[in-house]
Design a protein around this ligand. Structure first.
Ligand code: TTP
Ligand code: MG
Ligand code: MG
Length: 415
């Protein structure tokens, strides 16, 4: 008989993620205090310009901008572990950090690179363990229960395989916690950071979880923590000693019951699979109905803004698309949609605006409009598209359906 499977859930979190991604292009900074934060500054541009003739990895360490003397309102998004030794970390003001660690190197965030590596490490995990829940830019939950190696040594064997494969393919390190549920796995992934693995079983509750501060429970924020402290409860163990009824009296039915369960390490939330979006769209209902001719300027500006928002959403989620469409609702509440499929995958606001503009020409615009929407569908991940897309996304524009004469003679919006 096959051995009974016990529920094993992993939480994987990349180490000093934004900073580690920068170190991939500047490996000479490895082991040094580096903080990421603020916008791109003249100092960053100057660095690149002054060394335009050498590879990034050859820029001398001495030439990088330092925190010392920083003035401004920027905050740290993250810091390397070397910098954390000086007490700096996420969300701290850069000016304060400059006092604690003036020699730290200060670099801006490169969101395009961040998204690329975020997608890359998740794709690597999916190849090995398909039950993955995306929890943001640098972390995921993975259901190890039925994956080969997921039970061996409490999940350590599979955790090590994933960790090693991510490192081999990206040069990035991560930390993994494997536990009976998401709640405990999330805590465990921090136990041995960076580049660590921690295994937690139900029986470890008292030794490994109860001594921790209540704040370590994902879901207990600063406010709840303050209230707990006010009631004399500092650790998860102290929380676990409270009667359920007492917790409900102080925190209400829902939160009280949750605090009770969490302090006892109970959590039965499933790992929810990533679902691929079918389309990405934005629409807006106007404050007053707008007319294609009389309100042309206002409508044009709204149309452009919608296209920019869709382009930003696509970029944030890491997609490009081939089918661009519009939706209109008239003052009598009738709606129409038009779309057009182009040859190459696109994602930039300008191209979306151009193609959506062509779609709009196919609609008679004699009635007032209540709503305008822009949608991009037939999506592909940016990363996959980069390999297949030709570099001439605009050749397509001639290929779409041409507005008929009668429609073309109607008022034209947004040419
Ligand atoms: P975290 O996983 O919280 O931190 P981290 O990956 O930098 O470091 P650790 O090794 O402790 O996991 O956050 C992931 C990224 O999210 C981080 O690299 C930068 C960004 N971030 C912010 O922009 N602001 C913040 O306040 C935090 C906490 C993170
Ligand atoms: Mg992290
Ligand atoms: Mg994280």
């Amino acid at each position: 008989m096959a051995p009974r499977l016990i529920r094993r859930i992993a939480h994987l979190d990349m180490d000093a993620f934004y900073a580690s991604v920068e170190l991939l292009r500047y490996p000479q900074l490895k082991g040094l205090p580096v903080v990421i934060g603020g916008g791109r500054r003249s100092a960053d541009d100057a660095l690149l310009q002054a060394h335009a003739d050498v590879p990034l990895s050859k820029i001398p360490v001495a030439d990088f901008p330092r925190l010392a003397g920083y003035t401004g309102r920027g905050v740290i998004t993250t810091a390397t572990y070397a910098a954390r030794q000086s007490g700096v970390g996420s969300a701290m003001g850069l000016m304060k950090a400059a006092k604690l660690c003036p020699e730290a190197i200060l670099l801006p965030v490169d969101f395009v690179e961040i998204r690329r590596y975020s997608r890359a490490f998740k794709d690597i995990i999916l190849e090995i363990a398909p039950l993955m829940e995306d929890r943001g830019v640098d972390e995921v939950y993975i259901d190890f229960t039925e994956v080969p190696g997921g039970q061996r040594d409490g999940g350590r064997v599979l955790a090590r395989l994933i960790q090693k494969t991510i490192f081999q393919q990206t040069n990035l390190t991560c930390s993994v916690g494997v536990a009976p549920n998401k709640l405990l796995a999330k805590m465990a992934s921090e136990f041995n950071k960076p580049n660590g693995i921690a295994i937690v079983f139900e029986d470890d509750l008292q030794d490994k979880i109860w001594p921790l501060a209540c704040r370590k429970i994902n879901g207990i924020g600063p406010k709840a923590d303050e209230k707990l402290q006010g009631l004399g409860i500092k650790t998860i163990g102290q929380l676990a000693q409270q009667e359920l009824g007492w917790l409900i009296d102080h925190f209400g039915q829902k939160t009280g019951a949750w605090l009770h369960a969490a302090s006892h390490g109970q959590d039965d939330r499933p790992v929810e699979l990533e679902s691929e979006p079918v389309s990405i769209s934005r629409e807006t209902t106007f404050e007053r109905d707008l007319h294609a001719v009389r309100d042309k300027a206002e409508l044009g500006a709204i149309f452009t803004r919608l296209c920019e928002q869709v382009a930003a959403d696509l970029a944030n989620k890491g997609y490009v698309g081939k089918t661009i469409g519009i939706k209109l609702r008239f003052d009598d509440f009738k709606s129409v949609t038009r779309d057009q499929t182009v040859e190459a995958y696109v994602g930039d606001a300008k191209t979306i605006r151009q193609v959506a503009g062509l779609c709009l020409k196919r609609v008679p615009l004699t009635q007032r409009l209540r709503l305008l929407g822009v949608r991009v569908a037939s999506l592909m991940r940016l990363q996959d598209a980069a390999d297949t897309t030709s570099k001439q996304p605009l050749a397509l524009l001639q290929k779409g359906p041409i507005a008929s004469e009668s429609i073309a003679s109607e008022p034209q919006l947004f040419d």
